[in-house]
Structure formats: structure tokens, C-alpha cells
Design a protein. Structure first.
Lengths: 398, 406
């Protein structure tokens, strides 16, 4: 199996290396650093990947969802040489995750003892551990996540317990089917029950895995309940193993995850923003509180984003963010993007996604810096408070 | 041309220098305000200020020299006044090379339900609010002046070549009357080149009158219009041949709406220089790739397991990185599929343009034409109209054609 040689560097306080699971280095910082943002829209097939000029930093991780590969058989993917070859993204790290928050949502009602069910645009899809492992082995990702039975926050206790039992069983299935010795992250579920989260995490921590994927979030629980659930999991996990969460995308949610000890995030945040025509503008420097351009009320923007479809931008010849180094800001104006959105041109999405991804990755960079400097809590506080101030100002101006 | 390169601004905004010939075919350098072009060349159509899904860097990579913008669409959104206010279309799109805008007339006639042509201009119903509106030659030129393209097109009275009768003659004479109005209305003759359009249907007498009328006006360039609308190929090439024979040597000849690679090769052999068509990008959106043998339909089930690139000989980014199988799984579902195919198809067209230019300059044009035809028609079944046209062009393609079926 082809091994990825380039190590992936996160913050200086810790690094996540591939491919060999034994070459992991322990972080020096007791506060868990957010090492790396698992970036990119869940759509494997999105317009940004490798096609638009330098949209993501070379060592970004990309999630890859099996369901988005309908139309191409595992054998063909294998013949091509795996994902890196197929997408011609040789510098990227790929993670295979079954859940895709846009096109493959877990269908907990249809999941049964044989496999996990997902709702996709092509209909309902049931995938069994053996099929999953086969697909993953043809994709040759850098690491993959075991099949899980994810349930939303409101299911019955019984259903929740079943999901934990099933997930553990499938984890063992995946481990035993894993012939090629690839890097595996064990899946942890448990819904909104602290006890079940504990139980699942403890069980998975005993398995021979290289990291942990924490599922069942972003499916209806509130931010308040989530903090406790996250720490219920991470408290049981070894310090030096990476933790990956799907479905947490808003900056505040990311900060919450980082505080609880999460390292890797994948989300649909950038995708949804882009679809709506919103451009991220939040200050990348954490002490730049007041230079954000507030575009409130009518246009639907706020201190973090602007709505490029709004008529106020029709003649705006400035880039989205003056100091931004992304291709879009270096080459195009808000006026042009406004026009492209209004005439429904594809290029609008491409250009905006480049910018939003760049900004979002920059946010993670700021987080890492804050952690390195031992100022994460302050960073988080400042961020959340400045958001609140802005929303308060918006609300009272009506 | 030392004196020329010493000047920073040319005396006229267009200069054509023929670098090589083969009979009627010519390869030239076309100097425009924003770019130094090489003809023959293909111009992709960027209807609304963008070529579907491709960034300006990609367009430069592909080798696009001139891009076409549709006046009708741009006047609707974001409006020519806004484009003017923001410094012109080049600046608005951040396209550093050349631009050409059409007059807006064709779109109206083809897109709008109740468009009608009178001596005043084209009357139509506004697609925005249904109000009656009028596009006059003056208005068309004013809009194009605001947009700021290197080449602008006169408003012509265009009729489909499938129509017969007195309408064609009426349209041809009206086109001549309108060219004078266009010239009078043109406020920026030192920065923008106004091309006249030869009309006259399939009638050689009418075409001749129109050509002579336009040439009298001494315009910077000439287009051959009213073709590419469903007429039979035999009539099509004859009109092109007649016009290129009569148009001045030192001005560019632009065949509007053409088109298929084969058509471009034939027209170039007959002495045309510039082409535009939505075909490469439109067919990309239907999952079809252009290849030397013809077309490749990526949606076909057979593509699902084919791990070769679209064209193993193609040097474009798409062929160097992606397989047919991957593109197959994209084309039905994702914007990226059509972006990849648009990229490849435009690359193919620009490579064809470069090949036409260099084969003429290097004195191997007939060999190029033969190879092109052999690849596209390996059984030797070159269409008769192509054979006839090549005969007039003075190119021997007997090695590619089999008179008798084997």
C-alpha cells in the first residue's frame, strides 16, 4: 500500500504524522492543541479540490465520504490507484468517514444490526462493515474511521444503548477485517447520555486504534449540553492520540471542541456559507476587535460574514477582505462577485469557496497560535464576547 | 517593424500582420489594445462576464486570447452603465487580454419571444418587466462603448439562412444603412474596433453587394454573419469562400458562430481568421469532450471503468490529472464535471488555433489538414462538402479520402 510520506504539521506543540501509526509525537502542551483543521466541504467532488488555484494549504486533511463516490466502483478506484491518484491531490491527507452532513445523513431509524443506513440524494443506503472496509481499502485514504451507528439527541435510552453496542461491535469487525494494517480511528457514540458516552469512550480506548472519531454531534443537541458530552468522551481517551469530530462547524462550536480536547474537525460550515453567498470576514488576528466591517440588518451579514448578494456591493470595487491573500481577494472585487451571484454563474461559488476556505483555515491557524502562547481561553472569551456584542448591537438597532 | 514596437500606443487600435500563407489560408499577428493575438484563433463565449466556472488564471493557462461578452446579457445585468462606472469590462472581470462584444441583436431575436425588427432597430419586450423596448444601432454602440471591449460589432439585421424570399434582401440593405448609423454613434474609435457584418443569406449577389458596401466604409475588420444557423454545409462553405475572396487582405475576417473543429479548419483554409461558438463549453455541460477523433461522451456507461485520460495525447491539466472514470462519475452530478470538461474542450480549441497558426507559418498547412482529416475520418469518409471546399482552397486531401467504399 502506498504510504504518505509527508508529515502533517499542526501547531508546534504537537504534530500529527502519517502514515505509520507508531511515529506519533506527544504534545508538550497539556492543553490539547487543535492541530489541524480537517478542511474542505464534505463534498469530495466539490469544485475547489485541486482545480481552482491553490485553494487550500498543501497539507490539509480532506474528508471523503463513501456515498459521494456513487457512480464509480471500488474496483475502478483501486485501479486508478486510490483517492490521491483519482483526485490528483497528492499533497493532501485523506480521511475516510462514512457520514457526510450534506449528502449522507445517518438514518438512525433504518440502521439495523447488519449495517448503518444513510439518507442520500440517490435514496437510502445501507452499508455493512464488510462492504465499508472493502470500499475504504480501494480508496487508500491516509486514515479511516470505523462504521458507527449515530443517533440524534432525542432517541430513547434503549436506542442509544443499542447504538453504542452496535458501534463497538462494528469497530471490532472493522479491526478484524483490516488486512492491510491501515491507520484506523475508532468511532465513539453515545448520543446525549453522559453515561453512554463514558462507556463507549472507555471501551474504544481499550481497542488497538490510532485515534478516535467522535460521532453523534451536530445532530440536534444544544451547544450547552454538548460541552459536558464532549468532555465525558475526551476524559477517557489517552492524551497522545488524535480526536476527530464531525458535524461541528460554527466557530463557537469549534472553540468549544478545542476546549474539550478535540484536534480535528470537519464540517459543512464553509459549504453552507458559500451556497448562501456569504463571505467570511472575521478578523484573523485575535486582537483585532474593531476593524471588522459591520454589515448588519438588511444585508443579513454580521461581524463575521457579509452577504455578497446584497445590493450594497454592486459597485464595491474592494476585495472581500483587504488583507486576505487568497486568489479571490487578490484578483476580484465584491462588485464582480455580486454580479456573478446575481446571474447564477458557477464561478461565483468557486471563487467564494476559495476565499471562505482560506479564511476558515486562517481561523484555525489563530487558534493554534493562541494555544502555543498559552492564551487560548482568553482568545475564546474575546471571540465569543465580541460576537455577542455585535449581535446585541444588531438587535437593539431595530 | 522596429518603428512599431517603439510606439507605446498604436496609431490605430487594430493592426493585422500576415506572417505566413498557404493559398487562401493565412496566419497572422493581430494587435489589439489589450493583447497581441495570433490568428487563426477561436474565441470562447463568456456570456455574462465569465466563462462558465473557469477562473481567469485557467483561461490564461489554456491560451485564450480574446473572449466574447454578450452585450444583451451584460446590459441587463449588471448594466453597461455600472460596468463603465467601474472602469470597463476588462477591469470588472480582471481579464488582462482582449475582449469582443456582440451587438446584442442576435440574442434578442433568438431569445425573446416578441422581438421584431424595424428600420429604427430591434423592438422587443423587456425580459424584466415586459415593457416594450427598442435597441437601435446607436444604442447598441453606446452600450458597447461603455463596456469597453477591444472589438465591437455593428448592429445588423440578421435573418436565418433557412429563410428565403425578399426578407433577405431587405435585411442586407438595412445592415448597410445601419452600419453608417453605427459608425456615427461610435465614440471611441481610437480604442475600440467596430467590425461590420456581411449579410445576404445564401445569395451570392446579395453577399457581394454587402461586402462591397462594407469595404467602402473602410472598417477595421469584417465579420461574416448569418451563417451557423442550420443551413446545409455545402451552402455554408460557399458563402464563406465568396466573402473571404472579396474582403480586404489586410483586415481580419471573423466567421460568427463557428463552431465545430472541422468547420474551423475548412474556413481557415478558405481564408478566415477568427471564430466564436458556444459549442465547446455547452457540449461540456452535457458531458461531451472534444477529441481529435471527434467527441467522447463521458456519460456513457463504458466510461465508468475507463482509467485513461480523456485524450492520452492532450497536454491539458485535465488530461494530465484525471481519468475518464472519475469525470464520468462527476458529470451527472457535480459542477466540477462540467468545469473539467469546459477546461479540456477550450484547451482543445485553443490548441487547434495554435496548430493552425503554426502549421501555416511553418509551411506545412496541407500536411496538418490531412492529418486532421485522417484522424477524424479514419475510414476515409470525409464529407463531400469538405472535399469541395478544400479543392477551392487548393489543398490536396486525396490521401484522406476514399472515393470508393472499401
Amino acid at each position: 500500500m502506498e504510504q504518505r510520506k509527508s508529515p502533517v504539521r499542526g501547531s508546534a506543540a504537537g504534530q500529527l504524522s502519517f502514515p505509520n501509526s507508531d511515529s506519533r509525537s506527544a504534545p508538550h502542551n497539556p492543553q490539547r492543541p487543535a492541530r489541524f483543521h480537517l478542511s474542505g466541504p464534505p463534498y469530495l467532488l466539490s469544485s475547489f479540490s485541486g482545480f481552482s488555484p491553490a485553494p487550500v494549504q498543501p497539507a490539509s486533511l480532506l474528508p471523503c465520504f463513501f456515498s459521494s463516490l456513487e457512480g464509480i466502483s471500488p474496483k475502478t478506484i483501486s485501479n486508478i490507484g486510490g483517492l490521491h491518484q483519482m483526485l490528483s491531490l497528492h499533497q493532501h491527507i485523506f480521511a475516510a468517514v462514512p457520514r457526510d452532513s450534506i449528502i449522507a445523513l445517518p438514518e438512525h431509524d433504518s440502521t439495523n444490526k447488519y449495517g448503518a443506513s444513510f439518507q442520500t440524494p440517490g435514496g437510502r443506503l445501507l452499508i455493512k462493515p464488510a462492504e465499508y472496509v472493502e470500499l475504504v481499502s480501494s480508496m487508500k485514504p491516509d486514515f479511516w474511521v470505523t462504521l458507527a451507528d449515530e443517533v440524534p439527541a432525542w432517541v430513547s435510552d434503549k436506542r442509544n444503548r443499542t447504538s453504542v453496542d452496535r458501534t463497538l461491535r462494528w469497530l471490532d469487525d472493522c479491526l478484524s477485517l483490516n488486512k492491510t494494517g491501515t491507520t484506523i480511528f475508532g468511532s465513539i457514540v453515545g448520543g446525549s447520555s453522559i453515561e453512554e458516552r463514558h462507556r463507549c469512550a472507555q471501551e474504544v480506548a481499550q481497542r488497538n486504534v490510532s485515534g478516535y472519531w467522535i460521532g453523534g454531534f451536530g445532530l440536534g443537541e444544544s451547544m450547552d449540553e454538548r460541552a459536558a458530552l464532549l468532555t465525558a468522551v475526551t476524559d477517557n481517551l489517552p492524551e497522545d492520540m488524535p480526536r476527530h469530530v464531525s458535524g461541528l462547524g460554527l466557530p463557537e462550536e469549534v472553540l468549544q471542541g478545542v476546549a474539550a480536547g478535540i484536534d480535528l474537525f470537519d464540517s459543512t460550515y464553509v459549504y453552507h456559507l458559500t451556497l448562501g453567498g456569504f463571505a467570511l470576514t472575521f478578523p484573523l488576528e485575535r486582537n483585532k476587535g474593531d476593524n471588522a466591517d459591520y454589515q448588519l440588518s438588511d444585508s443579513g451579514g454580521d461581524d463575521m460574514k457579509i452577504n455578497l448578494k446584497a445590493t450594497i456591493y454592486r459597485k464595491d470595487t474592494s476585495p472581500i477582505v483587504e488583507s486576505c491573500n487568497c486568489f479571490t481577494c487578490q484578483n476580484h472585487t465584491k462588485a464582480y462577485l455580486n454580479h456573478l451571484f446575481n446571474v447564477h454563474e458557477m464561478l461565483a461559488q468557486t471563487l467564494l469557496e476559495i476565499h471562505n476556505t482560506h479564511q476558515y483555515l486562517g481561523f484555525f491557524c489563530s487558534i493554534r497560535k493562541a494555544i502555543e502562547e498559552g492564551k487560548f481561553e482568553q482568545f475564546r472569551r474575546n471571540f465569543v464576547e465580541s460576537r455577542r456584542e455585535c449581535l446585541f448591537a444588531a438587535a437593539s438597532s431595530d | 517593424m522596429a518603428w512599431f514596437s517603439a510606439c507605446s500606443i498604436p496609431a490605430v487600435p487594430l493592426f493585422l500582420q500576415v506572417l505566413g500563407r498557404f493559398n487562401r489560408a493565412r496566419a497572422a499577428q493581430l494587435t489589439l489594445p489589450h493583447y497581441l493575438c495570433q490568428t487563426p484563433l477561436f474565441m470562447p463565449v463568456g456570456t455574462q462576464g465569465t466563462i462558465k466556472g473557469l477562473t481567469k488564471n485557467q483561461l490564461e493557462e489554456i491560451g485564450c486570447q480574446i473572449i466574447l461578452g454578450n452585450t444583451y446579457h451584460l446590459a441587463l445585468r449588471p448594466t453597461s452603465e455600472l460596468i463603465d462606472e467601474l472602469g470597463g469590462l476588462h477591469k470588472f472581470m480582471n481579464w488582462p487580454r482582449a475582449l469582443l462584444t456582440d451587438s446584442g441583436g442576435f440574442q434578442m431575436v433568438s431569445l425573446l419571444h416578441l422581438a421584431d425588427i424595424t428600420e429604427k432597430g430591434v423592438t422587443f419586450q423587456s425580459p424584466v418587466d415586459g415593457k416594450p423596448m427598442l435597441l437601435t444601432p446607436e444604442e447598441s454602440i453606446q452600450i458597447q462603448n461603455r463596456i469597453g471591449a477591444d472589438i465591437i460589432m455593428a448592429l445588423d439585421d440578421v435573418v436565418r439562412t433557412t429563410i428565403t424570399g425578399p426578407r433577405i434582401e431587405e435585411a442586407m440593405y438595412r445592415t448597410l444603412r445601419w452600419i453608417d448609423r453605427c459608425i456615427a454613434a461610435h465614440k471611441r474609435p481610437n480604442e475600440q474596433n467596430l467590425f461590420g457584418i456581411v449579410q445576404g443569406g445564401l445569395d451570392p449577389v446579395l453577399r457581394d453587394i454587402c461586402v462591397r458596401g462594407l469595404v467602402e466604409r473602410n472598417l477595421p475588420g469584417y465579420a461574416i454573419g448569418g451563417l451557423a444557423g442550420g443551413e446545409d454545409k455545402d451552402s455554408f462553405w460557399r458563402v464563406v469562400a465568396q466573402c473571404t475572396a472579396a474582403l480586404p487582405e489586410d483586415k481580419p475576417r471573423y466567421v460568427m458562430g463557428v463552431g465545430y473543429p472541422l468547420d474551423i479548419v475548412v474556413c481557415s483554409a478558405l481564408g478566415a481568421d477568427m471564430y466564436d461558438c458556444v459549442y465547446p463549453t455547452r457540449t461540456a455541460r452535457f458531458g461531451t469532450a472534444l477529441v481529435p477523433e471527434g467527441v467522447l461522451k463521458l456519460k456513457h456507461q463504458a466510461m465508468a471503468n475507463d482509467i485513461r485520460p480523456i485524450d492520452p495525447m492532450c497536454e491539458c491539466m485535465v488530461c494530465k490529472n484525471y481519468t475518464r472514470a472519475y469525470i464520468h462519475c462527476l458529470v451527472t452530478k457535480d459542477a466540477m464535471g462540467s468545469q473539467l470538461l469546459s477546461y479540456h474542450n477550450l484547451y482543445y480549441m485553443m490548441k487547434l488555433s495554435r496548430d493552425l497558426h503554426s502549421s501555416i507559418v511553418e509551411g506545412r498547412f496541407p500536411e496538418f489538414v490531412c492529418k486532421f482529416l485522417q484522424t477524424m475520418f479514419p475510414k476515409g469518409d470525409v464529407p463531400e462538402w469538405v472535399c469541395n471546399a478544400m479543392e477551392v482552397a487548393g489543398i490536396d486531401i486525396s490521401s484522406c479520402c476514399h472515393e470508393m467504399k472499401v
